[in-house]
Design a protein around this ligand. Structure first.
Ligand code: GLN
Length: 446
């Protein structure tokens, strides 16, 4: 813990942390020492981790990357935080992120952009950018992230680490500030698949306080890691390898697939014709849900309040106008529009129908193969400032990750070499609750 705290101090320029919790970390580390001495240790006892600042932490600021919650001290722990603490993990602090998890570059954070440890002029990806940068720069042994449309996998890819987005319902969302509730899922971000297995083991499981959490036993995620891959069938969705994919990313992915063939796997092409509709469907559904979820930030119950309101309407409008950043406001406007009477059928219902078609595409593809593989993102990490002025271009950087959330499937990003000196992520997508298989497939490559 001391070594990590020292490193965090040395690398403040990365801007990975919003809040460091040194005193708490040292106290927890002492408690972990006592547990180790008493022979009561679990795999995570004394392991220094950090949380994306979207997870509520009792008595500690939980900002969600927003001015709106800059002064919010959560009165309770998220289930994920409580479970990891119970397993003995030490909390080093809270990590920077895009505001309310809306973004792909960590540039929408109220606390400023995070820098990619591989290239300080490049973005770390988003929205879990602080999480990915912290693991890549060895500021924490492992961290938590959340993934609504790619926010664990894309930053993991850009920073050359391992990220796992579990099946929707596998990890409790209780105390995880909601962006788009039907898509949000928390998961681990680590150096290796084995570390991801250890963190997921502590995070996963039924929680009666999350009505969408699934009551299903949690397997031993480390037990199957060493299983050989002979006969593994890998599907390659041809829509993942078409126009828009940079050639250097394509070559790195090809090299990784060749490695899998050497390990005994077989690759076959599959097709998912509705994949091209994933971004338009997501950018109706996610903003629609966000417009509802973010209505609670009204300047009254908690969070930012404007100065000297003239009346109640002025209080609402200025608190929200001043407290939210541009991207969040854009999404609230889009979502409110898509849900309004007269447009609801044309946009929201239509997007829900597309969502079903995309799930069916995955179901078909996964009926004949064990896992799907492809790139996580069309390019390596782009420059800070390069895309922030062009939302459409920014949204396109999630083209390979978003469909997975619409279907609720588990997926990983694992490091697959470098292109132009920057990391490339290989995406592995599995069937519902096949996290153990994904971890096995990832571990064999690593
Ligand atoms: N980049 C996508 C968005 O901005 C996904 C974000 C996420 O997964 N939280 O919505």
């Amino acid at each position: 813990t001391l070594a990590y705290l020292e490193r965090i101090g040395q690398h403040q320029a990365l801007n990975a942390f919003i809040t460091a919790t040194e005193d708490l970390a040292l106290k927890q580390a002492e408690a972990a020492d006592a547990r180790l001495a008493a022979g009561d240790a679990e795999p995570l006892t004394g392991i220094p981790i950090a949380h994306k600042d979207i997870f509520c932490t009792d008595g500690i600021r939980t900002s969600c990357g927003s001015k709106m919650l800059d002064n919010f001290i959560a009165p309770y722990d998220a289930t994920v935080v409580a479970k990891l603490q119970k397993a003995g993990a030490v909390m080093l602090g809270k990590l920077n992120m895009d505001e309310f998890a809306m973004g792909s570059s960590n540039e929408t954070s109220f606390y400023g952009p995070v820098k990619n440890p591989w290239d300080l002029n490049a973005v770390p990806g988003g929205s879990s950018g602080g999480s990915a940068a912290a693991v890549a720069a060895r500021l924490a042994a492992g961290v938590t992230g959340t993934d609504t449309g790619g926010s664990i996998r894309q930053p993991a890819a850009f920073c050359g680490i391992t990220g796992l987005k579990p099946t929707y319902g596998r990890v409790s969302r209780y105390g995880m500030i909601a962006y788009a509730s039907s898509l949000d899922q928390g998961g681990p971000m680590t150096r290796t698949a084995e570390d991801a297995a250890i963190l997921l083991q502590a995070m996963a499981g039924f929680d009666e306080r999350d009505s969408t959490s699934v009551d299903r036993p949690v397997p031993d995620y480390r037990a199957g890691l060493t299983q050989p891959l002979d006969g593994l069938k890998i599907g390659l969705p041809k829509e993942f390898f078409g126009e828009g994919l940079s050639s250097e990313v394509a070559s790195a992915i090809e090299a990784a697939l060749a490695e899998y063939r050497k390990l005994g796997a077989e690759t076959v092409e599959v097709s998912m014709p509705n994949l091209k509709l994933a971004i338009p469907a997501y950018y109706v559904i996610a903003p629609a849900e966000c417009s509802a979820n973010l209505s609670r930030f009204d300047g009254v119950r908690f969070g930012y309040r404007c100065g000297n309101p003239a009346d109640l309407t002025d209080l609402y409008t200025r608190s929200r106008g001043e407290g939210f950043g541009r991207e969040v406001k854009r999404r609230i406007l889009m979502g409110t529009y898509a849900l309004s009477a007269g447009y609801y059928d044309a946009y929201y219902i239509k997007a829900q129908k597309i969502r079903r078609l995309i799930s069916d595409d995955f179901k078909n593809a996964l009926s004949s193969v064990d896992v799907l593989m492809g790139p996580v993102a069309p390019s390596v990490a782009f420059g800070i400032g390069e895309k922030i002025g062009n939302p459409i271009e920014m949204y396109l950087s999630d083209i390979y990750t978003i469909a997975v959330n619409l279907a609720g499937l588990p997926a990983m990003s694992i490091p697959a070499g470098l292109a132009s000196g920057k990391p490339v992520g290989l995406q592995i997508i599995g069937n519902y609750f096949a996290e153990d298989r994904l971890l096995n497939v990832a571990h064999q490559y690593q």
